[in-house]
Design a protein around this ligand. Structure first.
Ligand SMILES: C[S@@+](CC[C@H](N)C(=O)[O-])C[C@H]1O[C@@H](n2cnc3c(N)ncnc32)[C@H](O)[C@@H]1O
Length: 213
């Protein structure tokens, strides 16, 4: 997908107002400028930010269209991918969770610059976010599936929709998680990379093993 195709894809799939375009463009500019201070995206993707990061994040919304109510929680947001993109494209309340101080400061700067009043940041580990069921949980390049669920299951109930971009090893990761986690899982193809996939899950819960109490 070229950068032009990425913008066209956004136009086709979302009602992108002039104001929203400006927000997304501002985010891209802030992200690239911040790359002089911290490593937020792979250097090789710098020239392909719209395809590799903005659309790659925005596509998660297309899998969350039938999600129930409740805030969107993005685990390990880093530079705000997908959190900031989701907040720019929807009004759903959103919490970005990020443990690294420098990244939290950048997220705060972006939230203020883009006036994303419905977006909040939790500067700390996912494991200590206060309990409460999210409508949607996303996590991009955050942790392998078993650790991801272990760290965030207190933020979900049976209605929570999990949208988890997982690259080329989605199916393998899913198989690895199955002995410990049950739920309704399916794997969707990524629009930005035909070989990459997104795990979409509902009703995720731990399978208790004998002797674990
Ligand atoms: C590889 S980066 C990916 C960032 C972003 N989601 C993206 O796709 O560009 C993973 C991020 O998760 C954060 N992280 C890892 N473990 C965490 C935890 N337990 N709680 C909160 N943040 C965590 C790291 O600090 C890092 O910013």
């Amino acid at each position: 997908m070229t950068e032009d195709e990425a913008r066209a894809w956004l136009d086709q799939h979302f009602d992108v107002s002039r104001e929203t375009w400006l927000k997304l463009e501002r985010f891209v500019a802030l992200l690239l400028a911040e790359m002089d201070r911290q490593n937020l995206i792979a250097e090789s993707t710098r020239a392909h930010v719209w395809a590799r990061h903005i659309v790659d994040s925005a596509q998660l919304l297309t899998f969350a269209r039938d999600a129930g109510e409740g805030r969107w929680v993005d685990l390990g947001s880093g530079a705000g991918l997908p959190g900031i993109v989701v907040a720019a494209l929807t009004d759903r309340p959103l919490l970005m969770v990020e443990s690294r101080r420098k990244r939290v400061d950048f997220l705060q700067e972006v939230v203020e610059a883009l006036s994303l009043h419905h977006a909040e940041i939790f500067g700390g580990r996912v494991e200590i976010v206060p309990r409460g069921a999210a409508g949607v949980i996303s996590a991009r390049a955050y942790a392998p599936l078993p650790r991801l669920f272990e760290s965030a299951i207190h933020l979900a109930d049976e209605k929570t929709l999990w949208v988890l971009p997982k690259g080329r090893k989605a199916q393998n990761e899913l198989e690895a998680a199955r002995p410990a986690w049950q739920g309704a899982f399916h794997v969707e193809q990524s629009v930005t990379d035909a070989d990459s996939a997104i795990i979409v899950a509902r009703s995720v819960k731990s399978v208790r093993r004998k002797g674990r109490g």
